[in-house]
Structure formats: C-alpha cells, structure tokens
Write a protein that binds this ligand. Sequence first.
Ligand SMILES: *[C@@H]1O[C@H](CO)[C@@H](O)[C@H](O)[C@H]1NC(C)=O
Ligand SMILES: *[C@@H]1O[C@H](CO)[C@@H](O)[C@H](O)[C@H]1NC(C)=O
Ligand SMILES: *[C@@H]1O[C@H](CO)[C@@H](O)[C@H](O)[C@H]1NC(C)=O
Length: 395
Amino acid sequence: MGAPRWRRRCLLLLPALAFSAVLYGRCRPAGGGSLLQQEPLLLVPPELSREAGSHDLTRESIIKRGQQSKYSPELEKPRPTWEQPSSCLQSLTSKVKADSKFGKLFDFRIPVLMWDRHLTSETWNKLKGRGVPYGWQGLSYTAIASTLRLLNDSANRWLIDRASFPGDCIRCAVVGNGGILNGSRQGKEIDAHDFVFRLNGAVTKGFEEDVGTKTSFYGFTVNTMKNSLIAYREYGFTQVPQSKELRYIFIPSDMRDYTMLRAAILGSPVQDGSDKGDEPSKYFGPEASAKKFKLLHPDFMHYLTARFLRSDIINTQYGYLYMPSTGALMLLTALHTCDQVSAYGFITDNYENFSDHYYELEKKPLVFYANHDMLLEAELWKSLHRVGIMKLYQR
Ligand SMILES: *[C@@H]1O[C@H](CO)[C@@H](O)[C@H](O)[C@H]1NC(C)=O
Ligand SMILES: *[C@@H]1O[C@H](CO)[C@@H](O)[C@H](O)[C@H]1NC(C)=O
Ligand SMILES: *[C@@H]1O[C@H](CO)[C@@H](O)[C@H](O)[C@H]1NC(C)=O
C-alpha cells in the first residue's frame, strides 16, 4: 500500500518511458493548458445552454445559432449522430439510460466526427485553447482549415450511415490486439458482426480462426500506425489493412495526423512536417477520396477522457504524455455509434495469464506505459460489461 496506485505504476514505468517515447512518440512540452482542462464540458455554446437548457436544444435553435456564425454562411450547423435515430429495440442506449452511473456519463448528442462544417470561428476559438488531442493549441489555422475543408462528403459526418443500413440494429465488434485472443477461436463470431473495428498492429493473416478477417474500420494515429509497422513487422504486420469497403479513422493526436489526412484525401505526398514526402497510398491503398477517411472530433476526445478515462496520471508530471489508448478510443467510438457492441482482445482482470498481443510467438507480459492507464481502462470495460452496455470477451 502506501503510494497511490498510479504512483506505484508510474515508478515501475519509468524505465519504459524512453522506449515509450519512441514507440508512441508522445513526448512534447506540456505547453500551458494542453492537458485535460477542469472546465465543465461545454457541449453546446454557453449562451445557448443558458437560453434553452442543455437538454432541450431544438433543431431551430441550432440553426439560428448557425446563422450567426461569421465563418460559415450556411444555415446548417454540423448535424450530430443523434439526428439519425436508431430503430433498434435492443440498443445499448436503453441500457445506458437505465443505468444510474453511465446514464450521466454518456452523451449521445456530442459529434463523434469532425468535418468541414465544423470550421467556424466558435470552434476555432474553443479548440485553440486546448492542446492536442483535445484541441488545436499552437497549430496553424491555415493548416487545420486546409484539411477540414476536404472533409466535405456526407460520409465524413457519420461513421455508419443509418439511412443506407438495411437492418434495424447495427452490431459492431471492436478487436483489440490482446493476447487473450490467442487460441480463442472467436474469428467466425467476430466476422458475423455488421462492422468490425481494428487498430494499430492488427494482424489477421495466419490468425483468422481467432480474430477473423473482416475489417470495416481501422483506427490509428499516424504515430501508432507507423510504429506498429516497425514493431510488429516480425509478427506479420507488414501492411495496414486495405480493402474497398474499409474506412480509416484518424485520431487527431498531433499536427501530423491532420497533415497525413489531407495528403491521403488528395492522393498526394505529405507536404510538410515529419512525414514530408511520404506517400499515403502506401498505407491506405490507391483510393484517395474524402469518403474513405473519418476524423475523430477533438471535443469527442476531450469528452471521452474527461468522462470515462480521467486518469490520475493527468495530475502528475507525466500528465502531458497521457491519453486513452487507441483501443479505448475505438471501443468508445463504437459505443457512441453502434447499437450493440462486443469487445474482443481488450484487457481483462486476468490479463497476466495472456501475452501482450495475440500474435507473439512466446508469451510477453503486457507492458504498462505511462502514456496510458490500462488498469483504469480494464475497470471501465468490466463495468460496461457488467451492466450489459457491451459484451467483453473474457476467458
Ligand atoms: C469537396 O471539395 C472538393 C475540393 O474542393 C470538390 O472538388 C468536391 O466537389 C467537393 N465535394 C462535395 C461533395 O461538395
Ligand atoms: C492465471 O494466472 C494466475 C495468476 O497469475 C495463475 O494462478 C493461474 O494458474 C493462471 N491460470 C491459467 C489458466 O494459466
Ligand atoms: C498461443 O497459444 C498456443 C496454444 O495454446 C500456445 O502454445 C502459445 O504459447 C500461445 N502463445 C503465446 C504468446 O502465449
């Protein structure tokens, strides 16, 4: 006992930090205000919430607000996911509403994705005060705007367009890369979902029986994607998953994510920054179009961290390194998008029984880096499973 849990963990982690910085590249100066701020989450403009109360926003009031916006002459404000209501009778939203704790944490009205209509003075002013991945502090308006303007397809607004989905309930599997999947024989069950999310070093070749083959979404930061290609190459991760149907989810953890996204949509080499000259088609295949790519909204990142994964690490000297893991971000994205969610390959109580990843040949212990709080994530998955909001694969 004695030291709080995070401190014991962080001390253990320090030797790993140098490697972590290489592997995850998240070492950057803290820069005032770049950490998760204590401000209440403003999901609606303050004036509006005073006028209307944040829970009964009408579409009319949103449009009215849009008309006042200087940068965006259009009448419409960005339309969030909840404007495509679900017809699913067994949707996780009903489980969420019925739960006293999660009913207060989930807010399905927050936009999950960011697209061109978000480029308003209001958004710029808010996000320039928060560091990445929760905002745009220190980033150039011109650079951000040149990326956002390209996200002008209706496919950039929704992860899944309910209007063209044939069924009632959207069933999603999110596949983490945990060793628990080795020998699990879950492949068929995973592939039977309508949509399958994968991330980072998601090797499927040779592991089909355990993890399936289908990939609908691949989530990453440019940093985690490139590091996965290096670190897991020896296990067969020689290429980012590609197919005609597959969509990529960019996590905006750094300017290089915006820069790569722009190049990917334009189908041209990256123009500046640390990836300058890199060819996006190497990672995402030949199709360069706005339809192919999605960008998580920095507000959504902020909301997820503040409400679901507000780790004690944030208040330590390593706070600037912290953000939820890529797997956590994908799982929470699915929970705000799909009607039913199953998680495979995520951390469980008995993680010590399994290797770090399902594709390792010899058992390697799960490595705890200071930039994530895997035990906090484990607790979250466990309680979401317990109350029936999602299904967590355990063995
Ligand atoms: C999106 O923007 C591009 C480049 O400005 C333009 O060519 C394209 O027609 C636009 N697409 C839509 C759906 O507005
Ligand atoms: C799982 O791990 C625990 C403690 O690390 C150990 O006691 C147990 O035997 C393990 N079980 C299996 C099936 O390996
Ligand atoms: C994966 O499972 C096989 C069969 O159970 C086992 O022999 C192997 O050691 C496991 N690999 C790791 C990395 O745990």
